[in-house]
Design a protein around this ligand. Structure first.
Ligand SMILES: [Zn+2]
Length: 234
C-alpha cells in the first residue's frame, strides 16, 4: 500500500480561532449572566436573552466548519433534516459551569438527538470526550461485526461518552452499517483489482469516505468506523 498514507488520517478535531462576536463580547455576556443568576436567585429563572447570547452567526459558521458539518459526538451529517445545536460540553445549566456559557473552548457542534440525550449529564471522574483536546480513538473502538461503539481498553471516559449520547442507538448503528457496506465494497475491489486505473478510483472513493472532499462536497460520515475498517482489512 505504498503512497497510501493511512496513518496520517486523524479523527481528532483542531479548534479554530475564537470568533469575533465572542472575542468582543464574552466578558460582558458572562458577567451579565452571572449577575442575572444572582439577581433572580436561580439559573432557570433567567431569560434566554442572557443565557443564549452564544447563538451568533459567526459562532455557528466556525463550529460547522470546524466539525465538517458533522455532529461532534456521533459523526452524523447535521443540518439537513434537523437543526444543528451549539453544544456546551460542560453543561451550561449546571451551577459549576454557568460561567462557561460563552467560553469558546466549551462550545461544540451536535445533532439534535445527541444534544437531547446528553442534556445536563456530567461525570466529573470520567468526563465525556472532547474531540478538540482528547483523541477519541484512544477511548472508543468499534465492533466491526455489529458496528457498535465499545470503550477501548476499558476506558471510563469512552464508557461515559457512549452512554451520555447513546452512541449505540438503533438508527445510528443502522446508518453505520450502510456506510460500512459501501466501504467494504471498495476495500474488496482494491484488494483484487489488477488495473491501476481501478485501483486509483477505489482508493479515491475510500479516501473521500475517510476525509471528505471539499471539491465535491463529500462529507466523511462515521469516518472513525471507516478508519478502523481500513486498519483492519487493508
Ligand atoms: Zn449526534
Amino acid at each position: 500500500m505504498e503512497n497510501w498514507q493511512w496513518s496520517k488520517l486523524m479523527i481528532k478535531v483542531k479548534r479554530t480561532k475564537i470568533p469575533k462576536s465572542l472575542q468582543v463580547n464574552e466578558a460582558t455576556w458572562k458577567s451579565e449572566l452571572l449577575y442575572q443568576i444572582k439577581l433572580k436567585g436561580e439559573y432557570s429563572k433567567v431569560t434566554s436573552t442572557y443565557k443564549e447570547r452564544y447563538k451568533q452567526d459567526d459562532i455557528k459558521e466556525a463550529l460547522e466548519k470546524m466539525y465538517s458539518e458533522k455532529c461532534c459526538y456521533c459523526e452524523t451529517i447535521i443540518g439537513i433534516a434537523s437543526y444543528e445545536h451549539i453544544e456546551h460540553l460542560r453543561p451550561k445549566g449546571l451551577k459549576q459551569f454557568h460561567h462557561l456559557s460563552f467560553d469558546w473552548d466549551n462550545l461544540h457542534w451536535s445533532c439534535q438527538i445527541c444534544n437531547n440525550k446528553k442534556r445536563d449529564q456530567w461525570n466529573e471522574q470520567a468526563p465525556i470526550l472532547d474531540p478538540c483536546t482528547d483523541d477519541p480513538e484512544q477511548h472508543i473502538d468499534f465492533d466491526l461485526s455489529t458496528c457498535k461503539a465499545v470503550e477501548k481498553d476499558g476506558s471510563e471516559r469512552g464508557k461515559t461518552t457512549i452512554s451520555h449520547v447513546d452512541l449505540n442507538r438503533e438508527k445510528l448503528v443502522r446508518a453505520r452499517k450502510r456506510v460500512k457496506d459501501r466501504a467494504m465494497k471498495y476495500i474488496v475491489q482494491i484488494k483484487k483489482t489488477e488495473s491501476t486505473l481501478d485501483d486509483e478510483f477505489y482508493k479515491k472513493e475510500l479516501r473521500n469516505m475517510l476525509k471528505g472532499d471539499p471539491n465535491t462536497g463529500d462529507i466523511a460520515e462515521y469516518s472513525m468506523l471507516i478508519k478502523k475498517m481500513v486498519e483492519t482489512y487493508l
